[in-house]
Design a protein around this ligand. Structure first.
Ligand SMILES: C[S@@+](CC[C@H](N)C(=O)[O-])C[C@H]1O[C@@H](n2cnc3c(N)ncnc32)[C@H](O)[C@@H]1O
Length: 458
């Protein structure tokens, strides 16, 4: 049994939502421990553990037999999978079942990056994701997770939702996974139980209104807005849909469900229409508490198409010309879709099809990362970055060395490696062929280039 009891006011709230009979089941379930699940990275093609069962609504999602020590698994550091609870992975079903057109997506409250990595895989090379986080330290964690995921189609920004005003009508899809009172976390996180109060719910609802007041305007005509929380109460869920539709013109969207999933569809009557929400209750689904609603912006809404900027100027980025970008792609064996920028003397590569969108975003937001940082070129030789190693871009310009688990862990601890017969220069270290990072053989020594701040400290 958990050491912290459910708050009394929370019990009353849930009794009102569920009724007595169902509340008993809910109470039992919320006091049980949760199941561990992961989502595989389809670009890295690696199955790390005995997978117990698939998550019914997510093609890449699996429950595990038990919770391993992820920190001691090299595949985890290689970005082969993301540890994500099952209900959140329902976003994949929304994208797939509605066949939401790919394009430019925004994840407005993105750290640590669970849903951003999911959106990034969905978009692949047919779209661009802007993953934003307002809290600086959390934006750093988000950046690391985006780098590990490796798809190179994501920009990471560190901004308040207020800063997005110049991007009204700009996005094909906006996801607001709102900061909330976290009732769905009550079985994992005892602190969430202690911090909960009716006042805290009101505080969260007021903050969500401020966020939605911005977010509602950012979706272009016929684009999609996804609103989600990990809480059960009506104020932070159904009421937020009511608020949004009173401020902006959106159409309802219904998501196809399988009965066996036991996800509760809820209806919100507003503006003469019926909108839909989906509530995941722990006594009914194999996952944590979650709520999500999907809306579609009406056809006549404001839409912003980025225009070519004649002389692109940026405080610290320098654009690399079309021809030079092409030449770099040929030199590096990339697919020819690349557009490059220089930050100091380090090259960043992104998909050229999204360059105008990128330039517009970079004029207004605090950019922390974008595309893939490739590295520097000195005396005609590349000094590759860790970001390139972890990305899905080819790095066959360099020799590689596959390490067994114990040596891979030693590498990730940033220990000195004693390896005989290693070629001179940069060598890519892999584990089951998954890139982990670089070493450099300088003759008398092999230098370990795993980033200091990422190393395993356990
Ligand atoms: C539920 S978490 C997001 C989880 C993330 N989407 C994922 O799947 O990994 C909500 C995020 O909102 C951020 N946040 C807090 N206050 C905010 C605000 N006023 N505006 C926007 N985001 C905020 C939090 O720092 C937190 O990272």
């Amino acid at each position: 049994m958990p050491e912290t009891k459910l708050p009394k006011d929370f019990e009353s709230q849930m009794l009102e939502l569920l009724g007595h009979a169902e509340f008993e089941h809910f109470e039992k379930a919320i006091n049980k421990s949760s199941r561990t699940s992961i989502r595989l990275n389809p670009a890295k093609c690696f199955t790390p553990y005995p997978l117990k069962a698939p998550i019914p609504w997510a093609k890449q999602g699996y429950f595990l037999e038990q919770r391993p020590t992820f920190t001691l698994d090299p595949a985890f550091h290689a970005g082969a999978y993301y540890v994500q609870e099952a209900s959140s992975q329902f976003i994949e079903h929304i994208l797939d079942s509605l066949q939401i057109p790919k394009g430019i997506y925004l994840d407005l409250a993105a750290a640590p990056g669970g849903k951003s990595t999911l959106l990034s895989s969905y978009l692949a090379d047919e779209g661009m994701l802007l993953a934003n986080e307002v809290i600086q330290t959390r934006a750093q964690v988000l950046k690391e997770n985006i780098i590990k995921w490796g798809w190179g189609n994501t920009l990471v920004t560190n901004n308040d939702p207020e800063h997005f005003t110049p991007l009204e009508g700009f996005f094909d899809l906006v996801l607001v996974d709102a900061p909330c009172s976290g009732e769905g976390m009550f079985r994992k996180d005892m602190q969430a139980r202690e911090e909960w109060s009716p006042d805290h719910v009101q505080f969260c609802a007021a903050r969500q209104k401020r966020i939605m007041d911005q977010a509602g305007a950012l979706v272009k005509a016929e684009g999609y807005l996804l609103y989600s929380t990990c809480t059960f109460n009506v104020q932070e869920n159904e009421e937020m849909i009511r608020f949004l539709t009173s401020e902006f013109s959106y159409e309802p969207v219904r998501i196809p469900l399988e009965e066996s999933w036991n996800i509760k569809e809820t209806e919100v009557e507003a503006d003469g229409k019926t909108y839909y929400g989906y509530r995941f209750l722990p006594h009914m689904v194999q996952g944590e508490g979650f709520f999500v609603s999907v809306l579609k912006r009406t056809a006549g809404a404001n839409t912003q198409v980025p225009k070519r900027i004649k002389d692109f100027k940026h405080p610290y980025l320098k654009e690399v010309s079309k021809q030079d970008s092409k030449a770099l792609d040929v030199e590096l064996d990339f697919n020819g879709n690349g557009k490059y920028y220089l930050l100091k003397d380090s090259y960043f590569r992104m998909n050229k099809n999204w360059n105008l969108h990128f330039q517009k975003v970079s004029q207004h937001l605090n950019l922390k990362y974008f595309g893939v940082e490739i590295g520097k070129k000195q005396q005609n030789k590349w000094i590759p970055t860790h970001e390139w190693a972890l990305s899905i871009l080819p790095n066959n310009k360099f020799p590689s060395l596959d390490l067994p688990e114990n040596q891979a862990i030693a590498y990730l601890r940033k220990n000195e490696l004693k390896i005989a017969d290693l070629p001179k220069g940069w060598v890519l270290i892999t584990y089951h062929n998954l890139p982990l990072g670089w070493v450099k053989n300088i003759g008398n020594r092999v230098n370990n280039y795993y980033p200091k701040e990422w190393r395993i400290r356990m």
